[in-house]
Design a protein around this ligand. Sequence first.
Ligand code: HEC
Length: 270
Amino acid sequence: MRRTRRRTCAVPFLAAIVLALCMFAAATVATAQTASTQPPLKSVHVDLNDTAALRAGAMHFMHQCLACHSLQGARFQELAAALELTPEQIQSRINVSGLGLYDTITSPMPAQIATQYLGVAPPDLTNEAGLRGADWLYTYLTSFYVDPARPTGVNNVVFHNVAMPDVFAGLQGLQSPVTQSGYRNGQRMPIAVGVKPLTHGSLSAAEFDRMAKELVTFLYYISNPHEQRSHAIGVWVLAVIGLWTILAYWIYRLFWRDVTRPSGPRWWSR
Ligand code: HEC
């Protein structure tokens, strides 16, 4: 068969390449202008089987965070199973808000008042661990540092110019920033990449660290309440799929047992 040579016009191809290069250059410039140094995250191991940590985390949350933050994706009653407590114990030991057992975990702070005093309404934290990750959350909670330039007097290593006050100042003590030269919005400047102790709090460093980890464990559970169950079910789902694969193969062998194949090349090697 005679092959005819197709004539192609190179102009559209060249135009597409030039356009792609322009877009790449524009994206690079835009990224360079907003480039910011990302401080390293501290890593944390979350163990949802650690019921003591979950309970302690729930108590810390109710006493220290619920004043401003809600967990409206969860109800007090749902905590009973995870914390291995009876509904009565939840009401007497965990739920300090005075809300009912079947109410969602809601802060008494009206968003309007919070905005008036803090500049921002404290966000709902139901999905915070899912959104930011446990490592970020742990780093955030342990990385407030003194910054006289801020209205609250503090700043945060992983949340620059955060509006949240340092609720741990009494327990942890104050911290000063560890800075290094880096970029914020494309400008070179000293960036806080860590913290070091400045004053003592009422807890030792190890006790405070445990408290922060317990809070992370609780908030992680709130974001992923079905994680343990889905892991347990997942093993069975994979086992059933495996079994069906074996059965399907047996049936395939059974069906094709008596079918004679034509000799000669197969369709794919013709
Ligand atoms: C006095 C009110 C107040 C208290 C108490 C408080 N926070 Fe906050 N928190 C805020 C505000 C306001 C913000 C919003 C910060 C911003 O957007 O600049 C915030 C933000 C956060 C964020 C980041 C949310 C995001 O945007 O990703 C986390 C996580 C958080 N708080 C956790 C906690 C935990 C845990 C506690 C309890 C130990 C707590 N907060 C106690 C006011 C509070």
